[in-house]
Each structure stands twice: as C-alpha cells, then as structure tokens.
Design a binder for this molecule. Structure first.
Ligand code: 5AD
Ligand code: SF4
Length: 470
C-alpha cells in the first residue's frame, strides 16, 4: 500500500496569496494528498511568495534556504516556490537556489499535481544542477521545473479552495490587474484582470454559508472593477450580501476610481455589507499621483471619500500609502500628511517605495531616487501621524457597544479576539467555545490600535450556525 503523500504550504504576503495557498492545498487534496501542519512532516513543501516589495522577497529567500536543510533527512522531499516572486524571478530563482525543485507562478496552480509528478519522475527539460550535499560530498540533484506561463484564459473556474477558518472566508473574484501604477509589479506577475463568473461566485458563497461560516471577504487586485456581462461589482456585492446565512460581507482592495454611486448605495442599503472601506490613496500630492499613474487627483479622491461617508454614516476607512516614490519632494510628502489629517483614516498601511525591476518607475532619473535615510524618516513621520489620528478616533469610540464576531483565542489566556463590523479588533474575556459566534461587546479601553472590552450578552457557545437576523 502506498503512503498518502503530504504537502505543506507556507504563505507570505497579501490576502490574495493566503487565498491562493488555500487553493493549492485544495487542488492537492483533491488529488489525494494529505495536508501537513509542519514542514518536517511533508513530502512536498511549497513556499508561496510575494513580490510586492524587496524586503518580502529577501525574507522568503532566507526561509527557502532554511527549508532545504530538511532534504538531508528526506532526499525525496520536493521543495517548490510558488506565487508572485516565483513568477518574477523565474529561471533566475532556479539557478540561484538549485535546491528548489519547482518554480511556479500563480497561473500554473491548476497543473500543480502534474508538475509535482514530473519533478518526481525527473521528466523535466530544464537545467541540471549539481549542489554539494550537506555532508560536503557532491550530490547530483534532479532537474528543476519552472512553470511561468501567464495564462489569460486561466480564471480558476472549478478549482476548490481548502478553507481552514470556521469563522470567515476569503473569496477571490478577480485575478490580475489592468492598471499600470508605475511602482507596482503585480500586473507583470499576475497578468491582466481576469474576472470569475458571478453564478460560480454566488454558488461558492452559498456553500461557505452552508458550512456555517457567516463572514466573507471578496478579493481582487482592483476588486470593484470586477465586471461580468451585465453584472457590475455593485450588483454582485448585493447578491452576495443576500445569500442566506451570510451576515457580514467585506471586499478588498478597491480602486478609488471605480467607487461608484451605485456601489456606495449597495453598501449603504445591504445590512450584511460592513461599514468599512479600504481605499488605497498611495499619496496625497497630484504630481506624485500623476507619476504613479493612479489616474485620480487628491480632489477626486476626497470626493469619493465624501460620497462614501455621506451614504454610510460611521464608515470606517483605511488606506495604503507609499512614501518616497522617486522624485517625491519634502513638500509633496507633507501633502500626504495633509491628506491623512484631512481624511482621518481609521487605519493606514504604510510603505517605503521599493524598487521593482521591470516596473516603469525604475526608469525615472536615478538622481530622483530618495535616499533610504530620508525615506525611513518620512515613513516614521507618516506612521506617527497615522497612529496619532487612529488613537484619537479609537479613544472616541470607547464606551460604544458593538457586535463582535469572535475569531480566535487572544494571546492572553481566557480572552477572545474578534472584529467589529467596522473591522476594529477587540479582545475580551470569554470562553473558547464562543469562537465563530457573535457577541455584544462594550468597548472599555483602547491601546490606540485595538480595543479591550467586556461582553454584555449571555453568548451562545459555538454558534457557528448563526444566521442573519438571529
Ligand atoms: N513599493 C512599496 N509599496 C508598494 N505597494 C505596491 N507596490 C509597492 C512598491 N513597489 C503597496 C501599495 C499597495 C500595497 C498592497 O502595497 O500601497 O496598495
Ligand atoms: Fe498594483 Fe496599481 Fe494594480 Fe493595485 S491597481 S495591483 S497598485 S498596478
């Protein structure tokens, strides 16, 4: 009898990548693989990578180097690198890391089981490499396989994700991106925008709800530009919000330009759509936005914010900001701080510009690139301003009573961690049996970023089957 092969998937990066990790697990499980919880227990290790910033890539390369040590105990172990960095580096990664057996970009996952079989059979046309064995003896390694075709027809239809959370589910509705923001590698590693079929999406959401999960987050690189025939994103969002059993719907990340009145109306009208919007601004200066090719101005961004806030009172807003884009002057950076003060985001994800080979921004004049110490101090200033605003907003929310979906045990034993509809994190004393249920929680204090609270209801242990309106 042959032993069941076991796969371990380790994911880095954004929610789309986490969702892709679940997809790879689902694809392998459907082909008879078991899923291992630790790399030591696996016959196949896949490191699912992100390419958005250099820092993320460096971390992953270190981790892959560490995992190769497991091959000493298990010579048949297959080590693969998947995802955006695999796509970006391709054959170069295979050459630099000869212990990697498979390099596969995001459009290759459908053929993952076949690719692993080919690696095992040595049925690979690519280069042969010799690397020293851990003992110091030279050991001949098998050939490496790289799967890097960008497939514009790949819409991931019919592939099943392995969902690990009993509480909330990610649902990718779109892959790739048709924008060309000049700093961004995504369009090059994930290809053009590909949208999934609405009925398939709704079927998937119905299945998720039938399994007792009540919160879904729709995912896409520019999720609100999703369109299919006469279906707009707003229509899809309304339909998802009305799937029986679904009690909370979120979506990320929208592009400000596609935040339409129709969409905001659906957000305001559908009780299941949460009062939360992540709206990446990237910068608060028109010249920078223009050179980023974001296709909006500070004024039009602010108009979108106003439109959303008018329709959805108490809307919680978050954003992404990049500092030190090449050519950003000190005054232009100050404009970004001004945008933060004007909008007063509840949360901000802040980044230093990271040069990504092959993107248009790399061709800007070298003398415009902002030195790292300047970039670092801008980042620190931005974080200080963003945190200050966040702390003020959150201090003003202490005393509120909120519906919290319990996600997991908090680090503090005897405490639970959950989120409000407005995506605020709350820790409160409670029993693990309440994970997956909704509790009514009074917010008693804040650290600035998160809240502590006290449940003010009796609670219903393990209420995984909670449905809207109960
Ligand atoms: N450098 C820094 N940040 C980047 N992002 C995307 N590309 C880069 C880059 N080259 C940020 C953007 C995006 C978020 C997911 O990552 O803010 O919204
Ligand atoms: Fe990158 Fe811009 Fe597309 Fe977002 S919209 S994935 S930032 S190119």
């Amino acid at each position: 009898m042959t032993r069941t092969r076991r796969a371990y998937v380790e994911t880095y990066g954004c929610q789309m990548n986490i969702s892709d990790g679940e997809l790879m697990e689902g694809i392998l499980e459907a082909r008879g693989y078991g899923i291992a919880d630790r790399p030591e227990d696996a016959d196949v290790i896949l490191v699912n990578t992100c390419a958005i910033r250099e820092h993320a890539e460096k971390r992953v390369l270190g981790r892959v180097g560490q995992l190769k040590g497991l091959k000493a105990d298990n010579p048949d172990l297959v080590l693969g690198v998947t995802g955006c960095m695999a796509q970006r580096m391709g054959d170069d990664l295979a050459r630099k890391a000869p212990w990697v057996d498979l390099v596969m970009g995001p459009d290759g996952y459908r053929s993952l089981p076949e690719a692993l079989d080919r690696v095992r059979r040595g049925d690979v046309k690519s280069h042969e490499t010799v690397v020293p064995a851990p003992s110091g003896r030279s050991k001949k390694r098998g050939p490496q396989l790289t799967v890097l075709d960008l497939d514009t027809g790949e819409n991931y239809q019919g592939l099943e994700q392995r969902r690990t959370s009993d509480v909330a589910a990610w649902v990718p509705i779109q892959r790739g991106c048709d924008h060309r923001c000049t700093y961004c590698i995504v369009p090059y590693v994930r290809g053009p925008e590909k949208n999934r079929d609405p009925l398939e999406i709704l079927g998937e959401v119905a299945g998720i709800a039938a399994g007792g999960v009540t919160e879904v987050t729709l995912l896409g690189q520019t999720v609100n530009s999703w369109v299919s025939g006469d279906w707009t994103f707003a229509r899809l969002l309304r339909s998802v919000a009305r799937v029986p059993g679904i009690r909370r719907v979120r979506f990320t990340s929208p592009h400000p330009n596609d935040l339409t009145e129709e969409l905001v109306e659906v957000m305001a009208e559908e009780p299941a759509v949460c009062e939360q919007l992540h709206l990446p601004a990237q910068a608060g200066n028109d010249r920078t936005l223009k050179r980023m090719v974001r296709r909006y101005t500070v004024e039009s961004f602010l108009e979108k914010v106003e439109m959303a806030r008018k329709a959805i009172p108490d809307l919680s807003l978050s954003t992404d900001i990049i500092v030190a884009f090449p050519g950003e002057t000190h005054e232009e950076f100050e404009d970004t701080l001004e945008l933060m003060r004007t909008v007063r985001f509840d949360d901000a994800f802040t980044y230093k510009y990271s040069e990504r080979e092959g993107t248009p921004a790399t061709r800007l004049p070298r003398d415009q690139f902002v030195p790292d110490d300047v970039a670092q101090s801008r980042l620190e200033r931005l974080i200080e301003v963003a945190r200050g605003i966040q702390a003020e907003i959150n201090a003003g929310e202490v005393g509120r009573v909120e519906e919290v979906l319990v996600e997991k045990e908090a680090r503090d034993p005897g405490h639970l961690l959950g989120r409000t509809r407005r995506n605020k994190v709350v820790a409160f004393p409670g029993d693990l049996a309440h994970v997956g249920s909704y509790r009514t929680v009074a917010l008693t204090s804040t650290t600035g970023a998160t809240f502590a609270g006290e449940a003010v209801d009796a609670g219903r242990p393990g209420a995984l089957t909670a449905v809207a309106g109960d």
